[in-house]
Design a protein around this ligand. Structure first.
Ligand code: DGL
Length: 283
């Protein structure tokens, strides 16, 4: 890669296993509308939640490399599972070899930073995929910031498939939502804040709210990830200058473009077109 292309401004890459990252992208675009974005959903291989560390790392690295090949200098992994399982290895082992100027950021740290100021009781619940919960990433990030917080976790393995299969607003979803809300709240009666630690979960928010007492705050991450990105770009002027600003967004998926367009347009409340892409790039 020449120095010229290394320093050419490109879109901000936003990656998720499927549709969930759209909940992050839409909040980022509200706060930073002037930037260009490439959204990549690996819908053909979603959900990632119950997959092994090795596969999640391999898929996430492929996605990051593909986004770099499209000119991105900065990639947001808008997926908790991929952030929990792959982000650190990519940042520490892969990026220095790929290109030390490029950056990859996740969603867990910005969420942890915001939540410690929201809970009054200092009893917090984290809902996530099996991969995110087993990684204990939220416990590690929150405890690094504040020692006196009690964290209770709950894996909700059926919730992502409900979204990916368009069942999230159907009556059948109620059973799985209630099951996990009841279960997590029974583990600790003092919980006053629940982190929706999976970017797909905000799409179930209406149902989650129905089964959660009003006094308990529900935290969707998009707003906090967006604020954290804005702050990051204001503190990193070189990276900011490497992010192009024409107010354009490209949507890409590893599934059929038509399938992605249909649900993504509905979720974003705007008609979008998508490209089907193959993440296996020649090195
Ligand atoms: N949106 C991803 C997350 O935040 C879902 C993971 C999955 O594909 O299971 O964890």
């Amino acid at each position: 890669m020449t120095n010229n292309s290394r320093l050419k401004p490109g879109p901000i890459g936003v990656f998720d296993s499927g549709y969930g990252g759209l909940t992050i992208l839409s909040e980022i675009k509200k706060l930073l509308p002037e930037y260009d974005y490439i959204y990549l959903g690996d819908n053909a291989r979603a959900p990632y939640g119950s997959r092994s560390f090795e596969l999640i790392y391999e898929f996430t690295l492929q996605a990051v490399k593909w986004l770099f090949s499209q000119g991105c200098q900065l990639v947001i992994i808008a997926c908790n599972t991929a952030s929990a399982k792959a982000l650190r290895t990519i940042q520490q082992n892969d990026l220095p070899q790929i290109d030390p100027l490029k950056r990859v950021l996740g969603v867990i740290r910005p969420t942890a930073e915001c939540v410690i100021n929201i809970s009054q009781t200092k009893h917090i619940a984290v809902l996530g995929t099996i991969g995110t919960i087993l990684s204990e990433s939220y416990e590690k990030e929150i405890e690094r910031l504040e020692k006196n917080i009690k964290i209770t976790t709950e894996a909700c393995p059926m919730w992502v498939p409900l979204v990916e299969n368009r069942e999230y607003d159907k009556p059948g979803a109620d059973y799985f939502v209630k099951q996990h809300i009841d279960s997590v709240l029974a583990k600790d009666k003092e919980i006053d804040t629940i982190i929706l630690g999976c970017t797909h979960y905000p799409l179930l928010l209406d149902k989650i709210r129905n089964y959660t007492p009003e006094a308990v705050s529900l935290i969707s991450q998009g707003e906090y990830v967006a604020k954290s990105l804005k702050d990051y770009l204001s503190r990193h002027q070189l990276m900011d200058s490497l992010c192009s600003k024409n107010n354009e967004t490209l949507y890409c998926t590893t599934e059929s473009a038509e399938i992605f367009e249909s649900l993504a347009s509905f979720l974003l409340d705007e008609s979008i077109t998508a490209n089907k892409v193959n993440l296996k790039i020649k090195e």
